[in-house]
Write a protein that binds this ligand. Sequence first.
Ligand code: CAA
Length: 258
Amino acid sequence: MSSEQLILGETDGHVGIVRLNRPKVLNALNPELIGQLANQLEEWDKDPNIHVMLITGNEKAFAAGADIGDMADRSLLEMYDRDQFAVWERIVKIKKPIVAAASGFALGGGCELMMMCDIIIAAECAQFGQPEINLGIIPGAGGTQRLTRAVGKAGAMDVILTGRFLSAQEALAAGLVSRVVPDENYFDDALKICHKMAMKGPVALKIGKEAVNKAFETTLGEGVQFERKLFYMLFATDDQKEGMKAFLEKRKAQFIGK
Ligand code: CAA
């Protein structure tokens, strides 16, 4: 196992912050980095003190894709046996909300990692794309599916088959990102959003994420039924009692995550 710190993790109140840390290669995502990231997120997912997580890169790159050098000479069998994307799936299973703060390049696997997050804050200078077509391949970490669900067929075909990049404003208009903010604020604004969310009921945050994600996996009727059961389920929590009582008493709710 690599002892290099390919990610930098820290906590700020109830927020777990992770920075992708391969700046020399624009945060190219090798399996070791994704493994370290998944380990960190899973640790925070179990930690009751952490309510929300934030993934970011640096000003120049969120991540410019999976590490091309790491894959270039591999055979089909090596790729198949290694099954590198199985580790990425651990990130999809994180229950707590994850915010992505993207500046610079978010390409290929970088864009795919970003789309595994729940709220995406983009700096004005951010550029998004799935340029795998230029390498003679297609996205392999869910890009053809998640991008299509996010922006629709016309936009996804354009990005995936031509390899063109979307500007932050184009990505906002297409529904790929949640908000676009000035370059100098992208991290601070994303962190503020995390802190704001971290004040909400921690159980409702997780359940809300699960309910929205269900919309990608099921029919409308089944999704609505699923939502209703989760809605009723929240009436078994102290946080629901506290949230409604605090509203009626015109005070701020003190959620405890139970
Ligand atoms: N893998 C490995 N190294 C990468 C990389 C990647 N995805 N992206 C950038 N780098 C490296 C470059 O090789 C370069 O290293 P050296 O200094 O050692 O030469 C360094 O990062 C800086 O990159 P550039 O000099 O190319 O910087 P630039 O500003 O001129 O260009 C860029 C930036 C347009 C993002 C360009 O680097 C680029 O096109 N990168 C590749 C993007 C890409 O194709 N991503 C998809 C990868 S495949 C994938 O992700 C599969 C999947 O579905 C998971």
